[in-house]
Design a protein around this ligand. Sequence first.
Ligand code: AMP
Ligand code: MG
Length: 414
Amino acid sequence: MRPDANRLRTVDEHLAFVLAGIGTIDPIELTLLDAQGLLLAENVRADVPLPGYDNSAMDGYAVRAVDVRHASPEQPVVLPVIGDVAAGARSRSGMGPGLAMRIMTGAPIPAGADAVVRLEETDRGVARVAIRRPVRSGEDIRRAGEDIAAGAPALGAGAALGPQQIALLAALGRDRVLVRPRPRVLVISTGSELIDVGARPQFGEVTDANSYLLTASARDAGADARRYGIVADDHSALLDVLETQLLRADIIVTTGGVSQGAFDVVKQALSELGTVDFAQVAMSPGKPQGFGHLGDRVPIFCLPGNPVSALVSFEAFVRPAIRKLLGKRGLHRATVQAVALERMDSPAGMRQYRRGVLHREASGGYSVSLSGGTGSHLVASMASSNCLIVIDEEMTEVVAGSRVTVIPLLLANR
Ligand code: AMP
Ligand code: MG
């Protein structure tokens, strides 16, 4: 399972290792609007037919088709109107032969009528109505159960709940449904130099950006994500926080402290537990990666601390894991091919992720330019990018004018 520790692991190998360590979360019951964007975890049948009763498709007059079979603009058929039926009528009205009732869209068809004549085909009379056109039996009647019959399958387990599916569940009278829940993701920043937003950094202090970056990314990926905040580079402080937070998370994400430095406490403390694996992945940025499990098999990702490394690591490994827990079929973001507007180089044997600005050309294709340098500390240039440019392991250079693979970082629809 765990790839060979003595060589660089490829991005694909590490991703396969991570995904193999991601299980499932038990389904939960949610109200319809809380279930938006999630996948159904039950088969839903219609308890009631839709429509629930035969009703009028139009504003007009309920009639018997035989009574108006000779109607024409020159010789309209005139029928007495014995009353009105509006949407909301709670009891079924009835009418005899040779009569009409004025009827509104959605109102129940009176017993004795078998068609609706549209208002436009009449003189709109109140006591008597002149009808200028014959109708077929059944015309402009919406039949009970024609949309879905009682007992028929409505939505299957695995269906994604968008607005249309939520509308169907509501129409069927379901106010709660069993769904795959949003994974609870807890984000912890580690580093003794970190301070929380709101304070002005003194010399040697760095404001924690990563817990915001990763909480926002996790929410964007569909998770129910929360910032724990900052933990100093202190072995026991880290283990204490992890222990108390374990029960509240389906995934834990830490940043910082996974390199080779003397104070890389995350790597030291968690390596000792034996259930978290620290590897070197052939990617830039994001080479040091930790992944494993804590407590009752809660997955933990230990990402590097530089903000760009954290983002790239999240996109490469954490996002697909969140999508897997959500039950989504597509774990990966869509990519596009774009024409490189400038030359880009890349270390041999490493998959490089550069921040870029993707443009949509008038011709319909895409082009892409670099946003800032390769430094993984460059938060401002990351903020001016809208995509990641992926330069594969075997490529060392992208010449201007050639095509590259780009991952647009569009806001997902949760
Ligand atoms: P580390 O991976 O802990 O060695 O951190 C690498 C670099 O990223 C250092 O310059 C850190 O100060 C910076 N860094 C670590 N964590 C954060 C964070 N939460 N927000 C912003 N920068 C950070
Ligand atoms: Mg650190």
